[in-house]
Design a protein around this ligand. Structure first.
Ligand code: SAH
Length: 452
């Protein structure tokens, strides 16, 4: 009998999309946080649902051969790094399987999936951190949300982040205490300080610190800026972002520079990029170069093509391709990112690009009814994938190649199915590990138009 509160022994066979181990009892799947494939574990059933149950790890009876010891004291408390205790090679195998399963099941696509391109050193790879600030059991906490909750795990050091974050956290905590800064309460909507965001250019070492506040000013901003610049000679930007809305969206619309510029600069694939507070920039620069190399290789440009780069951010892919194409048109919804993209083109002396600040689903149908004739379309949408209008307009634009960069196997599979139903064929699927020690995976896909 499977009952809540009952203890049982299971062998872990798989991982869920959230990184929980899956073990079966009488054929019924149990999801167990902290267990990895190959583990034999004793668990306690916590909750039963129709098709699966949630169970708590009581004891590891026999550890998996793929289990490695945790290098992080917050593992299993903090919501990040779900697969930290799974050997890195096994993580890559899991990600390949995850992509394959989604493409087969959701997209009915049976193109071979290439082995995931992994990282040599899968730690300290992130160039951006977003820390919620709050009280946890009356203790001032800056860290990450606990798995499945909004309680904050206070973090001194995160093993996938740059070490500079530890010092920033320390300074901000001291500043809060010294100035009696009130902390935002998600439930009441009262209190000032909400989030700490940091960005660092791995090549340039330039640093940006953003404080998200429920108001316009902070006490003693000048003094804080002074402490920061004394500690971090590479600090290029200290920004106050105002967010007075009761929302899960981290940043508000308005930025005010307290020190330095409203951007940092980094270099990637030999080009220089300015990155402003609101602009997206891939979080793992080492692997981003691997990803972009794939895009360049698959585009295989001859020099006179017109390329559309949809969801182009600060124009990273656009500028790389512009060096090898006739013309690149980029589309991006965040205005600040488009401004960065235009400046980036100029700073790199690239003259054959054009950027539109617009929603892709809005502007693409318009472009499709004009005389724009791209040979190649690159898309790199957020997790929800492309809107139907975008996919339809892409088909209408009739490029010979589509390069789809995605961070979500499910929406990728759905969108590839639509394009396969409309004269495109999936030629190649290459996953790249942009997010080691987590369940997330990035993919680049080449599709070509099927000639009739
Ligand atoms: N290709 C870029 C950015 C990819 S992230 C890079 O590699 O850096 C996805 C981008 O899509 C983000 O910059 C986001 O602001 C943008 N975006 C989100 N929704 C959009 C929409 N509806 N239309 C156009 N751009 C959108």
């Amino acid at each position: 009998m499977i009952k809540e509160n009952k203890q049982c022994i299971v062998v872990i066979e798989d991982l869920t999309h959230q990184g929980e181990g899956v073990g079966k009892i009488e054929g019924f799947p149990l999801f167990i946080a902290g267990a990895v494939p190959g583990d034999k574990v004793k668990v306690k059933i916590i909750k039963l649902k129709k098709n699966f149950g949630l169970a708590e790890l009581v004891k590891i009876i026999k550890p998996s051969e793929d289990r490695v010891s945790s290098i992080c004291q917050y593992h299993n408390l903090c919501g990040g790094c779900q697969t930290l205790t799974l050997d890195y090679e096994a993580q890559l195998v899991f990600k390949e399987k995850r992509v394959k399963d989604a493409l087969r099941r959701i997209g009915k696509i049976d193109t071979a999936i290439k082995p995931v391109l992994g990282m040599e050193n899968p730690h300290r790879y992130r160039n951006k951190a977003q820390f919620p600030i709050g009280y946890s059991e009356d203790k001032l906490s800056i860290g990450f949300f606990q798995r499945g909750s909004h309680d904050i795990v206070s973090i001194d050091d995160c093993k996938i982040q740059h070490p500079f974050n530890s010092k920033v956290i320390d300074i901000i905590k001291n500043y809060i205490r010294a100035n009696n800064v009130s902390i935002y309460n998600e439930k009441t909507g009262k209190g000032l300080l909400r989030h700490l965001i940091t960005k660092i250019g791995f090549q340039t070492q330039e640093q940006m610190v953003i404080l998200v506040i429920n108001g316009d000013t902070m006490p003693n901003e000048e003094e804080l800026a002074h402490t920061m610049t004394q500690t971090f000679p590479n600090l290029k930007s200290l920004v106050i972002n105002t967010n007075t809305k009761k929302t899960n969206v981290i940043m508000g619309m308005n930025n005010r520079v307290v020190y330095g510029h409203n951007y940092i600069t980094d270099t990637l694939c030999g080009l220089e990029f300015q990155i402003s507070p609101h602009a997206f920039y891939q979080v793992n620069p080492v692997q981003t170069e691997v990803l972009y190399d794939q895009v360049v290789k698959l585009a295989d440009l001859k020099g006179d093509e017109t390329v559309l780069d949809l969801y182009c951010g600060i124009g990273t892919i656009s500028l790389l391709l512009a060096q090898r194409a006739g013309k690149v048109i980029g589309v991006e919804s965040v205005e600040a990112a488009v401004e960065d993209a235009r400046i980036n083109a100029e700073n790199n002396q690239i003259v054959n690009t054009e950027f539109y600040a617009a929603n892709a689903e809005k502007i693409l149908p318009e472009l499709a009814s004009q005389s724009v004739k791209p040979e190649i379309i690159v898309v790199d949408p957020p997790r929800k994938g492309c809107d139907k209008e975008v996919l339809e307009a892409m088909v209408k634009l009739n490029p010979s190649k589509i390069i789809y960069v995605s961070c979500n196997p499910s929406t990728l599979a759905r969108d590839l199915r639509f394009l396969e139903d409309n004269v495109y064929k999936t030629e190649m699927v290459q996953p790249v590990d942009l997010f080691p020690n987590t369940v997330h995976v990035e993919m680049v896909v080449l599709m070509s138009r099927v000639e009739k």
